[in-house]
Design a protein around this ligand. Structure first.
Ligand code: AMP
Ligand code: GLY
Length: 416
């Protein structure tokens, strides 16, 4: 089979690695991919989405797997164009990908289908937003693309006022509405499901660590590490999530005529009143994929292929028991800025761990150097959380580069 994955980061490196370890040998391609990914998959360098579709058609690609979300909502949509070209695609059509692309769309969907979520108001002006500030803390979300900076959890009026002024008056993210929603408290949980029309299959749950510093301090990042295990939640809680959130979401997609084939990521808060949806993402999580993928057993490539063609075959996929922990190293200045060109040392010393490249490139001497905010993910799967954590840190410590940042409490905070 010829499989193309879209994306270039640690998640795609983990997905492509898992595909390469499927039962049969497959020919793998990545667009745009990275220097590290090129060891497993041939990079496809085309300038636009229509060019990518034409390339896949000309090269008889059997399956397209959406790693990142961007192409799903670009132009007419990756999955929509794949459908026209007759290429099975694992990733939803543009209309359904609005669940991730538009916060207001997602909130209306959740309300319409009575799926537990924070109460909210969609505001079109600064005045409306100010009028909606009825309690503190309160959560403000810009309804559009904001490079991960569009959500503010505001403890008081002053912070809420500053965010409203920036977003609705100074328009720092451009035009768009503001969603004002009540603040939920509780541990967060990432639940992943494969959704194929009216069928679904719940995969391994995970938890990520979004803040840059230990103890969940400092600004939000793309994620500084993740933990995956069946044991993160009890079977009772998972059953409740399935009953109150996953099944109603799949029913809602069908009722709304939104065709969905792909991974669906439920960002949840486990509140004292039960699990509630914070957000949907129409793809696997990053860095959760780097923790979950080392646990995948079975025939991942055929599992995805059949699902993209319309039949979920959960029997093709298993997950290892135990725990998997991934620790990220990030470049100097991240997340405010990022630093590239720092040579990475020690990669060849790592043993018994997976190293996924989030943002690296090869320099003229053929050595890997940093190329972006998050640089590397080191992941270890083991029977206990402590074992996975200790080994992940031991192996990650062998890797060094100038200015690198790494949290020391991944897999510990929220568990001990
Ligand atoms: P989002 O982009 O919607 O996932 O929001 C980013 C982060 O903001 C989440 O991972 C949460 O930590 C936090 N957050 C979002 N919505 C809420 C909410 N209603 N209550 C509390 N925290 C929230
Ligand atoms: N781990 C957060 C995300 O993938 O959006």
């Amino acid at each position: 089979m010829k499989i193309l994955v879209t994306g270039k980061g640690g998640r795609e490196h983990a997905l492509i690695t898992a595909l390469s370890e499927s039962l049969e040998q497959h020919e793998l391609f990545a667009h745009p991919g990275s220097d590290a990914i090129s060891a497993l998959a041939t990079r496809v360098d085309v300038p636009s989405l229509p060019d990518l579709i034409a390339w896949m058609k000309a090269n008889a690609i059997d399956l397209c797997v959406a790693g990142e979300e961007a192409l799903l909502v670009k132009d007419q949509g990756l999955a929509n164009l794949c459908a026209e070209a007759g290429i099975p695609c694992w990733g939803p059509v543009k209309e359904a990908a609005q669940l991730e692309a538009s916060k207001a769309f997602a909130k209306h969907f959740l309300k319409r289908h009575a799926i537990p979520t924070a109460s909210y108001t969609v505001c079109t002006t600064a005045e409306e937003a100010r009028a909606a500030l009825t309690e503190f803390p309160i959560v403000l979300k810009f309804d559009g693309l904001a490079a991960g900076k569009g959500v503010a959890v505001c403890p008081d009026l002053a912070e809420a006022e500053a965010f409203i002024s920036d977003v609705m008056e100074k328009r720092i993210f451009g035009a768009g509405n503001l969603v004002v929603e009540s603040c939920l408290v509780g541990p967060e949980l990432s639940v992943f499901a494969s959704v194929c029309d009216d069928q679904y299959h719940i995969l391994m749950p995970a938890r990520d660590y979004k803040r840059i510093r230990d103890d969940d301090q400092g600004p939000n990042t793309g994620g500084m590490g993740a933990v995956a295990s069946r044991e993160i939640v009890t079977p009772e809680v998972l059953a409740r999530i399935e009953r109150e959130i996953v099944q109603p979401t799949v029913n809602g997609l069908i009722q709304d005529g939104l065709k969905y084939r792909g991974f669906l990521y439920f960002g949840l808060m486990l509140t004292p009143d039960g699990p509630k949806v914070i957000e949907y993402n129409c793809r696997f999580g990053d860095p959760e994929a780097e923790a979950v993928m080392p646990m995948v057993r079975g025939d991942f490539a055929n599992y995805v292929f059949h699902a993209a063609k319309g039949t979920l075959k959960p029997e093709l996929l298993n997950f290892a028991e135990g725990w998997s922990i991934c620790v990220i190293t990030a470049s100097a200045g991240y997340p405010a800025t990022s630093h590239s060109g720092d040579v990475i040392h020690g990669l060849d010393q790592v043993e018994g761990a997976r190293v996924y490249h989030c943002g690296t490139r090869k320099n003229a001497a053929g050595d890997f150097e940093s190329n972006g905010g998050r640089v590397l993910a080191v992941a270890v799967q083991a029977s206990s959380r402590t074992e996975a954590r200790e080994k992940a840190y031991e192996e990650s410590a062998k890797i060094t580069f100038d200015g690198m940042q790494r949290r020391s409490d991944i897999g510990k905070l929220h568990f001990e």
